[in-house]
Each structure stands twice: as structure tokens, then as C-alpha cells.
Design a protein around this ligand. Structure first.
Ligand SMILES: C[S@@+](CC[C@H](N)C(=O)[O-])C[C@H]1O[C@@H](n2cnc3c(N)ncnc32)[C@H](O)[C@@H]1O
Length: 331
């Protein structure tokens, strides 16, 4: 009920900003925002070769979500291969492709999708620059394996001459006061004052129930995850493309940093949702978790959440309950 209200609220947002670019439903190089309803291969066919600076997406994982028919894994890889081939064609020579995936699951056994898709990209001549681990702290609790708390982003470039703005994504140093202790610069500060390289393990909250960006879509990625890729791998006015757009997150991340955004979404209810979110973003009314905000520190949670009830009981009565199950603890 709560999420339906949230959805309804987002549906009637008019474009208030008269300088905002218009939303086009068909691709043209003159546009700045293209939201195509339909199969991504149709949108891709309309895009000229070597015109897009960044393709970033999270495709269906073939796990039987409402927007996908579960198919044989080889067939899935072939279908992804067709889309990836077209993405490589539209990509500029200096451009990047970032493919964000998790696991395919078959009767409890997992297949990491990045491992089975890697040969498709490398077979098309792309070079892998990073396998970024996107770590998050919430999700389903498994009972017969460890709960999954990361997905990966394969970052490929089309050539060795690629755009990479490291200074745009530097993060605060752990020890900014650290100094060289020997050598010609002994006594001087050793850190880069602009911050340090963020590394290839990114801890960013996933979009679950309490996240400000949560909609009715089951698998949104957070704007800040994509914004970091956009500012590092593109320049202002470049095209950023998402063939599996969902709720419009990639377009929102692109527009927030002065890039152009295009995407395809096959389900009309998600196209509506994406359109409303893009408009709200252009109006400055879309709630977005800002890039670089530290992850919530549980030490700041209410006291009631921080102490175990079975230990509290022991403190007051002197009796420790026998097991956690007495409290219906899930895992
Ligand atoms: C994992 S979700 C992407 C969610 C997105 N990253 C977001 O933040 O909202 C994949 C999306 O691809 C859409 N989709 C599936 N097949 C498609 C196709 N052939 N063309 C375009 N969109 C498709 C699904 O409806 C789904 O919304």
C-alpha cells in the first residue's frame, strides 16, 4: 500500500522547469532525453554507429521476474549476445560498457552471470578494465548458502584510448594526515589532497524498502552507483545509453551530470514510472541519495535496535532464553 501511494504521487508531476529538455520517445541525435517503449533492439537499430560514450545497464537475470520468461541458459547468453553486439556497434572508440549483474539461480545452485557473459564481451574485442564489486548490506536471507550481499559490474572499454576521469570519483583518504617517513619528500604529506582512488569494491546501499528512491520495480539500482560511472567515463553532453532501462535510473544519473540519456523499456508500467521519475528529477523534486554519502552507521540507530532482547531479558530476570528461535528470529 505504501509503495502504491508512492507510485501514485510520482505519476502526476508536471514539467515545471521551462528550460528542461523535452522527453522524446524516439531516438534522434538532436535530443537530450530519449525514453523508448519497446524492445531495446529496436531502439539500438535507430542509433548511429560510434555515437554513444557509455552503455550502462542491469539486464534481466533470467530468474523468472515478471518481465522475463525463464529460458535455457545458453539461449539467454545468445540473446544477451545480440544486444551486447549492437551496444558495441553504437559505442564510440573512446567509450565504455558497464554490465551490472548478479547470479542466475537453478534449484539453489548459482551461476555468476558475469562469468558466463565475459566471453561474449571479450569475443567482441572489448577490454575488461575492472570487475567492480557492488557490496550492499541488505537482501534475502538464505538458509542453505551464505546470503548474497554483492553484485558485480564488468567495466569494458572499446579501445585503449578511453575516457577515465579519476579525479571526479576520488573518495576521502583514510589517513589524510599521513606523511612520507623517508626519501626526498620525508615529512611532507603523502596523500593526494583530491582524495584517493575509490578502488573496485563499492559499498552503496541497494534500493530496498526504506531507500528514498524505492518504487514498485523489483530490481532498481541506485542513482549514485550509476552517477559514479557516468562522471568517470563520460564528458558533458555525451550520450549515455541503457538498453534495459527499468525505472529510468540511468537517464536520471546522466541528466544530473549534464549528459544526454537514452533507454528502452519493454513494460509500459515501468516506462510510465521512468517518465515520471525523469520529469521529477528535471524539476528537482525526485528524492535521490547523493553520491558519496557515507553508509548509515548502525551505532546511530535507536537503542532498542542495538541491544539483543534475549540479553536484555537476562539482565532483568537473570534467565537467558534457550535459543534465538524463542524470538522467531528469521536466521
Ligand atoms: C533489472 S531491470 C533494470 C532496472 C533498472 N536498472 C532500474 O534501476 O530501474 C531490467 C529491465 O529490463 C526490461 N526489459 C526486459 N527485456 C527487455 C527488452 N528486450 N528491451 C527493453 N527492456 C527490457 C524489464 O522490463 C526490466 O524493467
Amino acid at each position: 500500500m505504501k509503495s502504491m501511494n508512492r507510485h501514485r504521487k510520482q505519476r502526476d508531476i508536471p514539467v515545471l522547469n521551462s528550460h528542461a529538455p523535452r522527453l522524446s520517445s524516439v531516438y534522434s541525435p538532436d535530443e537530450r532525453v530519449v525514453l523508448f517503449q519497446g524492445d531495446c533492439r529496436t531502439l539500438l537499430r535507430a542509433i548511429p554507429s560510434a555515437s554513444v560514450q557509455l552503455v550502462v545497464t542491469s539486464p534481466p537475470y533470467n530468474i523468472g521476474k515478471e518481465y522475463e520468461a525463464r529460458i535455457d541458459l545458453d539461449e539467454y547468453v545468445r540473446a544477451q549476445g545480440h544486444v551486447i553486439g549492437e551496444c558495441v556497434r553504437v559505442l564510440k572508440n573512446s567509450g565504455s560498457i558497464c554490465w551490472e549483474t548478479g547470479n542466475y539461480v537453478d534449484k539453489g545452485a548459482i551461476v555468476p552471470l558475469d562469468s558466463i557473459l565475459y566471453p561474449v564481451f571479450s569475443g567482441l574485442g572489448l577490454r575488461l578494465r575492472n570487475r567492480i564489486i557492488w557490496h550492499f548490506e541488505h537482501g534475502l536471507h538464505c538458509s542453505r548458502r551464505m546470503s548474497g550481499r554483492y553484485e558485480t559490474i564488468l567495466w569494458f572499454t572499446k579501445s585503449d584510448d578511453y575516457v577515465f576521469h579519476l579525479d571526479e570519483i576520488r573518495v576521502p583518504q583514510k589517513y589524510p594526515g599521513k606523511k612520507f617517513f623517508k626519501g626526498p619528500r620525508a615529512g611532507q604529506y603523502s596523500c593526494n589532497p583530491l582524495g584517493k582512488n575509490p578502488g573496485d569494491v563499492w559499498t552503496i546501499p541497494n534500493v530496498k524498502s526504506n531507500h528514498v528512491e524505492k518504487t514498485d520495480h523489483p530490481c532498481q539500482f541506485p542513482v549514485e552507483l550509476i552517477e559514479r560511472l557516468v562522471v568517470a567515463l563520460t564528458d558533458p553532453d555525451d550520450w549515455v545509453l541503457d538498453p534495459f532501462l527499468g525505472t529510468g535510473t540511468t537517464i536520471i544519473a546522466a541528466l544530473r551530470s549534464g549528459r544526454r540519456g537514452a533507454g528502452a523499456e519493454i513494460m509500459s508500467k515501468y516506462v510510465d514510472l521512468a517518465r515520471d521519475r525523469v520529469i521529477a528529477s528535471l524539476n528537482g523534486t525526485l528524492p535521490v541519495r547523493p553520491m558519496g554519502r557515507p553508509v548509515f552507521d548502525p551505532k546511530n540507530a535507536g537503542k532498542g535496535l542495538l541491544s539483543a532482547p534475549w540479553l536484555r531479558q537476562k539482565e532483568t530476570s537473570g534467565n537467558l532464553l534457550q535459543t534465538c528461535e524463542d524470538y522467531s528470529v528469521a536466521e
